[in-house]
Design a protein around this ligand. Structure first.
Ligand code: SRM
Ligand code: SF4
Length: 569
């Protein structure tokens, strides 16, 4: 380990986030007292941060902030709750309860699919939180480890019924999720009223102060990179021989966030460290997490994610430590290729002769509106469907394992509720983060403005006769980059209300970080720049050349090779 880094992590003062974890008695804090406190709808002191370990964020509606301030009321506090759903699979029958809860007990009445294959409720009042957890428990779900400094929801390439390989990959995603979960009994005591037994809490993997920062994992089956693996801390790419997974290439240290103006922060693509056979996957996963636990920077949260640890100690040293801890030697990376990362919409047939129907969910927001009755349509499907719903990392949904006898019925419902409307390839490959009104960190609109941008871009694409093309277009309301804008061909990142940085030149499969093209521009300016680019692309592109690749070939921006240096220059 580099000496000056060792000195930093040993000598500098730990952050308050570390103090909170240390003092929390394995994530209990005084949450139980706060639940009884009727004076405020919020959580107090350390509990504000501790509830995140139980899968909840305290938020307030930012559209109402000013009005409530004027009325001298406390902000309209309510919680966002994120469920744990490794690989995104949930039985359709369970959806009925989730939907009922959203309609009856949340302020927004919607469900939000996230780009990490799970769902969130926004707007649960403190007094309804236990009901939410009990409802999840009744359907064998929970929200443990979906937020804060732990391993988050584990992603897995969607549509596992398509082959036995996918089923196997899903099994591994679940096993990794379970193996890395917090062991504390705090969740069941607080939310499910389980009696406290003599405290036997131990956290052999995560440690008493958990990880230095959030940690993200994927299991991927090439050629589909629908999970956007390069954005994740730890990734297992399945290597297949004779139709069986025989092992995994391991990639570590991806992440997309940065801070405007802070050149010590940068996005980074996960890097290859070697190949392992399947029997090593859990010990390697544990070793990577434990190395990051012990070596991650607990004195500066902006330098605490795995990619910074790797940069601080060196990739070779990090890899050696994993090998020592797991008692393995990585083999050379095995060949693999990715050809796409979008979802495969419409009908596909599975190995078990059952059917899958992938539906496009704009922004992952499950609600009814004038054009589409998404919430009602999915509810009707869930009532008759005895298979699963699969949530994708692109915020869409697959109705999976539909029997032959139900296929027509499902299609009829999907058609009559408007769930199978024809949509442009641009729209199908777009994404936005949640942003306003619930996200406290939002600087500019994302989810609520995506459709406006897409409608304008659809017109521009039609004008230049490229309306059938795919453009991976993504918006994030701030540089935390939840909409994965820094893995898009065209990405917007919020600067302030109505203003964005425009990034261009990523690629369709998500293995290149786009470059800043224009800074702090208005929505109108964004569209003017994009029209010029699309026009040029329509005339000068090579056959089947994507917009991002075209931009790099024509040197409209400099290609990002090493983001540590190139991202800011
Ligand atoms: Fe995110 C924080 C929403 C995927 C990077 N993210 C947040 C919070 C919880 C704001 C907060 O801390 O108070 C947002 C809640 C908004 C709301 O009202 O719901 C939020 N992030 C989301 C979701 C819902 C966006 C979506 O539209 O799907 C995604 C939930 C995924 C899940 O189910 O777990 C979501 N967030 C991501 C991704 C993409 C991914 O994981 O593939 C990233 C970039 C990848 C990465 O981690 O580098 C991402 N979110 C962040 C960060 C920056 C972390 C960092 O490394 O610095 C924050 C802020 C933080 O953690 O301090 C953040
Ligand atoms: Fe909120 Fe920023 Fe993430 Fe969007 S990118 S959800 S605005 S934290």
């Amino acid at each position: 380990m580099k000496n000056n880094y060792k000195k930093t992590i040993l000598e500098k003062k730990i952050t308050d986030a570390e103090r909170i974890k240390k003092d929390s008695n394995y994530l209990r804090g005084t949450i139980i007292d706060d639940l009884k406190n009727e004076i405020t709808n919020g959580f107090t002191g350390d509990n504000f941060s501790l509830i995140r370990f139980h899968g909840m964020y305290q938020q307030d509606d930012r559209d109402l902030r000013l009005e409530r301030q004027m009325q001298k009321l406390e902000p309209r506090y309510a919680m966002m709750l994120r469920c744990r759903l490794p690989g995104g699979i949930i039985q359709a029958k369970k959806w009925l309860k989730i939907n009922y809860f959203a309609i009856k007990h949340t302020l927004y009445n919607t469900i939000r699919l996230t780009n990490r294959q799970t769902f969130q409720f926004h707007g649960i009042l403190k007094k309804k939180l236990k009901d939410a957890h009990k409802m999840l428990h009744d359907i064998e779900l929970d929200s443990i480890g979906t937020a804060n400094d732990v391993n988050r929801n584990v992603l897995c390439t969607s549509n596992p019924t398509e082959s036995l390989i996918h089923q196997d990959a899903y099994k591994w995603a679940k096993r990794i999720s379970e193996c890395l979960l917090p062991q504390t009994k705090a969740y069941v005591e607080i939310w499910l009223d389980q009696k406290k037994i003599l405290t036997t809490d131990k956290e052999p993997i995560l440690g008493k102060t958990y990880l230095p920062r959030k940690f993200k994992t994927t299991v991927v089956v090439p050629p589909y990179n629908d999970v956007d693996l390069y954005a994740n801390d730890m990734n297992f790419i399945a290597i297949v021989e004779n139709k069986k997974i025989i092992g995994f290439n391991v990639l570590i240290g991806g992440g997309l966030s940065f801070i405007h103006g802070n050149k010590l922060t940068w996005p980074f693509l996960a890097k290859e460290i070697g190949y392992i056979s399947t029997d090593k996957i859990l010990s390697v996963a544990k070793s990577i997490v434990m190395t990051q636990r012990d070596w991650g920077n607990r004195t500066d949260r902006n330098n605490a994610k795995t990619r910074y640890t790797i940069n601080n100690v060196g990739l070779a040293e990090f890899k050696k430590e994993i090998e020592n801890r797991a008692n393995i030697i990585f083999e050379s990376i095995r060949p693999y290729t990715f050809i796409s990362r979008g979802d495969r919409f419409g009908w596909t047939k599975g190995i078990n002769n059952k059917w899958n129907l992938t539906l496009f969910i704009p922004n992952g927001r499950i609600c009814d509106n004038n054009e589409v009755l998404l919430q009602s349509g999915l509810f009707q499907i869930a009532k008759i469907h005895d298979g699963n719903f699969r949530l994708t990392s692109n915020q869409n949904i697959i109705i999976s394992e539909i029997s032959e006898k139900n296929k027509d019925k499902v299609e009829k419902i999907a058609q009559s509720y408007g769930l199978m409307k024809k949509t442009s390839n641009l729209r199908l490959n777009s994404m936005a983060c949640v942003s306003f009104p619930t996200c406290p960190l939002a600087m500019a609109e994302a989810e609520r403005i995506l459709s406006y941008f897409l409608t304008q871009l659809e017109k521009i694409m039609l004008k230049y006769r490229v309306e059938k093309e795919i453009i991976v277009f993504r918006i994030s309301g701030c540089p935390n980059g939840c909409g994965r804008s820094l893995l898009s061909e065209i990405g917007l990142i919020g600067k302030s209300i109505g203003r964005y940085n425009l990034y261009i030149g990523g690629n369709r499969i998500g293995s290149r970080i786009p470059t800043i093209y224009k800074e702090n521009i208005t929505e109108k300016e964004v569209l003017i720049h994009l029209e010029n680019l699309i026009k040029k692309w329509s005339i000068e592109r090579e056959q089947e050349e994507g917009l991002g690749d075209f931009i790099i070939r024509k040197e409209i921006v400099k290609k990002i090779v090493n983001p540590i240096y190139d991202f800011w220059n």
